[in-house]
Design a protein around this ligand. Structure first.
Ligand code: SF4
Length: 498
């Protein structure tokens, strides 16, 4: 445990994220001095932070286990805290109390661990958002990159990556009438089995088989609401995710999509994706049904091309099954297939990643999403790690480079990226695609430029207002509760969009 004690109840989330980025394997507790008085905590070392922004001063002290101390202080503006997400790149924002605090902490903690972090002190904000906003404000490349490096200490490599992706996203978005449109997400929360690292809404299909039709009835009810509430608006993209949507039988998939198409005009929809993630859920009949219904993008996910790892992470399918499913999808006419892989899986080495990229190259996907493993609280993986220790056998940073080179060799360029909490190596997830095959829903969703209406258990609907403000409402995760309270789920959306 690393304990951080603050003199004021401020910036707790930012401090927690930053310390965690430096010490991903440790628990981090951020408390006010008052809160700490009532809590006995054992810690490896303690950080004391004194915020005196009214005097333009912030100071910190690192107190090591052996009693030795390191002190630092910095000046800051006494102005109101600026959200790190809303930057126009002006020099003044460098010295806001939050930025000044994070910069000071970053400098001291990187000295403690002896190296920098690839994304510097950037936490709690999507990395592409900064270059995107600055591009829109008419800033030049040089100024944008300098801002990312001077304010957040982002490495050259990651600065270039974020800037290049922002340029690519902007080009794609400029071509879509997204401001007057919206996108639809439908969640199918069932999976063949539960993967070790899963923290999504997922329930084993064997247990739910008999209730899937009733679940679809509820989705149809939600579709009725959308058809009515969004009449006259353009649908830019539809995404059926999960879970594993291909746990639905072909007739169920057809029923769902046909109803959607009957009720909502999707003639201007730029992309219709169905995540078909688990190869053990894919059959020719399902692929055929999806094609017949107009699905034009699917995702078939190997995660790794090592049978041994697949077994270890509870995927219960083999590499051979994945290759068969992929080839079948090509035979059925899918010309936009995404693959997901995960770096940092338990026991995997850099050699495993090289092997995975080599095998994937033979198949030639149109889109490849490279995830860094994120250990989410409550996942079976988190429990597994607690019981067995953390065992990533390789360096995730180097694995990321291998994946990047492999993607480039396949003619794929990065087009979107996002970071998650507790992500392996403090890295990122990156989507690569061939020219013209970038996942439009992914960009619209990540850049938060339009409303996304989400249907199904455990999904989150997002309303994006014209001024960029965002409000959300969620559907409950529990499938039975979702079905029993479907009218309430719809009412929540009605209130959000009223
Ligand atoms: S396929 Fe995805 S949603 Fe299903 S259990 Fe695995 S990680 Fe979770």
């Amino acid at each position: 445990m690393i304990q951080v004690i603050l003199n004021k109840d401020k910036f707790k989330y930012d401090i927690h994220s930053l310390v965690k980025a430096f010490y991903p394997k440790e628990d981090v507790s951020v408390l006010t001095a008052k809160e700490a008085k009532d809590k006995e905590q054992e810690y490896i070392f303690k950080i004391e932070i004194n915020l005196e922004e009214e005097k333009g001063l912030i100071s910190m002290k690192i107190i090591h286990g052996d009693g030795s101390k390191v002190s630092a202080s910095t000046e800051c503006s006494d102005g109101e805290t600026e959200s790190s997400g809303s930057t126009n790149g002006s020099a003044a924002s460098l010295s806001t109390p939050k930025n000044a605090l994070k910069q000071m902490m970053y400098r001291e903690l990187s000295k403690e661990i002896g190296h920098d972090l690839p994304w510097g002190s950037l936490t709690g904000i999507r990395p592409t958002r900064i270059p995107m906003q600055m591009l829109e404000a008419g800033k030049e490349e040089k100024e944008i990159k300098a801002y990312m490096q001077d304010t957040f200490f982002v490495s050259d490599e990651k600065t270039d990556l974020a800037y290049d992706i922002a340029l690519r996203e902007k080009k794609i978005l400029d071509d879509i009438n997204y401001e007057n449109g919206y996108s639809i997400y439908l969640g199918i929360p069932f999976c063949p089995t539960t993967c070790l690292y899963c923290s999504f809404t997922s329930f084993p299909i064997v247990t739910w088989k008999k209730k899937v039709d009733s679940y679809i009835d509820c989705l149809l009810k939600e579709i009725d609401y959308v058809a009515d509430a969004f009449k006259g608006k353009v649908v830019n993209s539809v995404y059926i995710g999960g879970g594993t949507p291909t746990t639905l039988e072909p007739e169920q998939m057809t029923r769902l999509i046909t109803y959607l198409r009957e009720k909502i005009d999707i003639s201007e929809c730029r992309e219709f994706t169905v995540e078909s993630g688990r190869p053990d859920s894919i059959t020719r009949e399902k692929l055929h049904a999806m094609r017949e219904c107009g699905v034009d993008r699917i995702s078939v996910n190997p995660q790794t091309m090592s049978d041994e790892t697949l077994k270890r992470i509870g995927r219960q399918h083999t590499v051979g099954q994945f290759v068969d499913a992929y080839n079948m999808a090509r035979e059925e006419g899918f010309d936009n297939i995404n693959m997901d892989i995960i770096l940092g899986l338990p026991g995997e080495t850099e050699e495993d990643v090289k092997h995975t990229m080599h095998e994937i190259e033979k198949l030639g996907p149109d889109d490849l999403t490279v995830h860094s493993l994120s250990v989410k609280r409550g996942s079976r993986l988190a429990e597994h790690i607690r019981n067995n220790g953390f065992f990533v056998a390789g360096d995730t940073g180097r694995m990321m480079k291998i994946a990047k080179e492999g993607a480039s060799k396949m003619g794929l360029t990065p087009y979107y990226l996002y970071r998650q909490k507790n992500i392996s190596g403090n890295l990122e997830n990156t989507g690569y695609a061939r020219e013209g095959k970038a996942g439009i829903y992914n960009i619209l969703m990540m850049e938060e430029v339009q409303s996304i209406v989400a249907l199904g258990a455990g999904t989150v609907t997002k309303r994006v207002y014209g001024d960029g403000r965002i409000e959300r409402c969620d559907n409950v995760k529990d499938v039975t509760l979702y079905m029993n309270s479907i009218d309430d789920m719809i009412d929540r959306k009605r209130r959000l969009f009223s």
